[in-house]
Design a protein around this ligand. Sequence first.
Ligand code: NDP
Length: 332
Amino acid sequence: MSKVLVTGASGQDGYYLINLLRQQGCVVHAQSRRQTHPSLHRDGASWHVGDPADRDFLDSLIASVMPDEIYNLAAVSRPIQSWGAPRETADVNAFVPQDICELLLKYKPDSRLFQASSSEIFGDAVDHTQNEQTLCAPKSPYGVAKLYAHRIVGAYRAQYGLHVSTGILFNHESPKRPLSFVSQKIAYAAAAVSLGLNETPEVDETGRPILLDGKMALGDLSVRRDFGFAGDYVEAMRLIVQHPTADDYVIGTGRDHSIEDFCHQAFSLVGQRWEDHVIVDPGLMRKVDSRYTRADTAKIRSVLNWQPNVDFQALVSMMVKAQTAIIRGSMS
Ligand code: NDP
């Protein structure tokens, strides 16, 4: 029975990964900086509270658990947030993965690592699709720190023969996505409209209700993303770690949709026209976000035989339904 450590386990991917690992009979150790919220608590995982950027904590965590596998999900996970905390972003997103490699050498060199890399390492990619060979030109502290981690994990693999892999994750969403992400904001607004709300208690990053006078404010609607479902992506993570040879893999759907497409899909599901409920606020336009991401998934499909099960329509539907249930529950 594998003993597995998941860092950053209280987030979206941690939720799906822990469920998968438990189904597969693994003994799961989970790390978070805070006592986990009761709604996030999963039976069967042993939780360790501490900061992975604290080297002493990380050392004793790995020394005490002695995991067969580590999934490093801990990160400042929004590019926009990384501008407000560039030093913390470097510490967590870049140096924690390096520290983990060092600690594997020190305590358990036969342990396997999955490092959550990101399509943000490509920046504004000029290629039509992005794969493991695409030129990296990150444009935010988040992307730069993730690129450092991506490269350093590869360097430890080459230098010491460690079984350390990365997954270059494209956007993946789910009902567990925080409301600070545009996908969930849209799902929430569509659900709120369907329940007859004109104004929501939840606010956006400017402090404005997500829905005000029946309208939601968004930035650039033409930005295109490769949107997948988190539950599918954690299966890819597991396959990567299980493969006899460590490597880097792009994880995505191979299809892209605009933010406008997301709005269209979400509001159509509740019988509404998105144009009646979405306004563009130039103040929400981002200068540095990648404008276009689409994964070339040839490698992971052929080597690991992985492919996503949930398509764009099913993903948006799942998110809108979940938000509808949450809002309805809060109204009763
Ligand atoms: P989440 O933001 O949901 O979870 C990340 C976790 O990291 C949080 O739950 C938090 O746990 C921990 N964390 C956040 N900030 C810090 C910090 N400053 N120091 C230490 N720990 C911190 O992210 P996801 O689950 O969506 O993503 C998992 C990983 O995949 C991340 O590394 C992310 O960058 C990467 N990724 C995700 C993509 C996506 O679309 N979801 C796309 C590309 C990459 P706590 O507060 O409990 O300590």
